[in-house]
Write a protein that binds this ligand. Structure first.
Ligand code: ATP
Length: 328
C-alpha cells in the first residue's frame, strides 16, 4: 500500500533554467491546495544532505512566476554521487519529516533521484527543468523555450551589425550533447549553417556552403554552432579555419554563454512548469513514484525514469534540411 504523504520536498538541481521558479511555485501551491506541507531544499541535493531547507506555503512563492533563476538556488553535488552522501540525505528527510520529493532538473538529477528512491524507498517524481531539451520523456523541458527566444533575439541583433559590415559571424550557443537550441534557433534566425553534435557535416561542406552564400550575393552570414559540435574544432578554431580558406570573409565570433540561462520565463515555460508540477504533486498523492512527468503530443504524461532517460531524444534532423533549403 502506498504510504500517506504529508510533506513533499522540492528542489532544483543541475544547471538552472528559466521557469524553475514557476515550477517551485506550482509545487508549493498544489501542496497547499491539497493540504500538504511543502518544504524547499536549497542548492539541490547538497542542501538536502545538509538539511538546508525552508517551509514553502502558498504565500512564500508569491510573485516568482515571472522571475528567472531559482529561489531555491541550484547546485551540482559530488557528495550525492556516493552512497554515504545519499544516506545522509535520507536521514535528513526523515529528521525533517519529508515523505516524498519533486525533483526539478535535468537527466543527471533524474538519475540521482532514481538511485536515491530505490535505495531508501522514498517516492520521487522528476520534473524536466533544463534549457537543453535533451530528455526523451518530454517534447519540451522547462526553460528551453525561453532560452530559444533569448538566443533568437541575440542573433537578430548580431545580424544587424553583420549585414552593416558584410561580416560572417560564428555564434556559439549552449548544448554540449544536444543540438536542440542550435537547430531551432538557427532555423528561427535564418542562419546560413547550423552545426550540432548529432550530425558532423564536415568542414568541406561548411566552406562550400559559405562560398555559395557569397556567390548568391548575401550581405552577411550567420553560422550557429552548438558548443558540443563534433566537427573537431571549437568556435574560434572554426573562425580561424574559415579565415584561412576564405580570405574574402570578414569573420567574427560571438559566444552567447550564460545569458542563455537567464531572464524572465516565456509564457510557454510558465504554463509548462505549472502543468507539470501540479501533475507531479497529484501523482505523489496517488501513490506514484520513480517517474518523470513530461509533455508528449500536448498531453501531460508520466514516464518511467528508464524510458524518460533513453539516449534517443529525438532531435529533428528534418530541420537541417529545412535550413538548407531556406538558406539558398
Ligand atoms: P543539466 O541538464 O542542466 O546539466 P542535470 O540535472 O543533468 O542538469 P547534473 O549535474 O548532471 O545536472 O546532475 C545534477 C546532480 O544530480 C549532480 O550534481 C549529482 O549530485 C546528481 N547526480 C547526477 N548523476 C547521478 C548519479 N548517477 N547518481 C547519483 N547522483 C547523481
Amino acid at each position: 500500500m502506498a504510504r500517506e504523504i504529508r510533506t513533499i520536498g522540492v528542489l532544483t538541481s543541475g544547471g538552472d533554467a528559466p521557469g524553475m521558479n514557476a515550477a517551485i511555485r506550482a509545487v508549493a501551491r498544489a501542496s497547499a491546495y491539497y493540504n500538504i506541507k511543502c518544504v524547499g531544499f536549497y542548492r539541490g541535493y547538497q542542501g538536502m544532505i545538509e538539511g538546508d531547507h525552508c517551509v514553502l506555503n502558498a504565500r512564500s512563492v508569491r510573485n516568482i512566476i515571472s522571475t528567472g533563476g531559482t529561489i531555491l538556488k541550484s547546485a551540482r553535488s559530488k557528495e550525492f554521487m556516493t552512497y554515504e552522501g545519499r544516506k545522509k540525505a535520507a536521514d535528513k528527510l526523515s529528521e525533517i519529516g519529508v515523505d516524498a520529493l519533486v525533483l526539478i532538473g535535468g537527466d543527471g538529477t533524474f538519475r540521482g533521484g532514481q538511485t536515491f528512491s530505490e535505495e531508501f524507498n522514498i517516492p520521487v517524481i522528476g520534473v524536466p527543468g533544463t534549457i537543453d531539451n535533451d530528455i526523451a520523456g518530454t517534447n519540451f523541458t522547462i526553460g528551453y523555450d525561453t532560452a530559444l527566444n533569448t538566443v533568437i533575439s541575440a542573433i537578430d541583433k548580431i545580424r544587424d551589425t553583420a549585414s552593416s559590415h558584410n561580416r560572417l559571424f560564428f555564434i556559439e550557443v549552449m548544448g554540449r550533447d544536444a543540438g536542440f537550441i542550435a537547430l531551432n534557433s538557427g532555423v528561427g534566425a535564418g542562419a546560413e549553417e547550423i552545426l550540432i553534435p548529432e550530425e558532423d557535416l564536415g568542414l568541406d561542406r561548411l566552406l562550400e556552403s559559405l562560398r555559395r552564400s557569397k556567390r548568391s550575393g548575401k550581405s552577411s552570414s550567420i553560422v550557429v554552432v552548438s558548443e558540443g559540435d563534433k566537427i573537431g574544432k571549437n568556435v574560434y578554431e572554426l573562425a580561424d579555419y574559415v579565415t584561412e580558406n576564405l580570405p574574402n570573409y570578414d569573420v567574427r565570433v560571438t559566444v552567447l554563454g550564460h545569458m542563455q540561462r537567464g531572464g524572465s520565463p516565456s509564457c510557454f515555460d510558465r504554463t509548462l512548469a505549472s502543468r507539470l508540477c501540479v501533475k507531479a504533486v497529484e501523482l505523489l498523492l496517488d501513490g506514484e513514484k520513480n517517474v518523470m512527468v513530461g509533455i508528449l503530443n500536448n498531453e501531460i504524461k508520466a514516464t518511467s525514469f528508464e524510458e524518460g532517460l533513453k539516449e534517443e531524444h529525438g532531435i529533428n534532423k528534418e530541420l537541417l534540411r529545412i535550413s538548407d533549403i531556406l538558406s539558398t
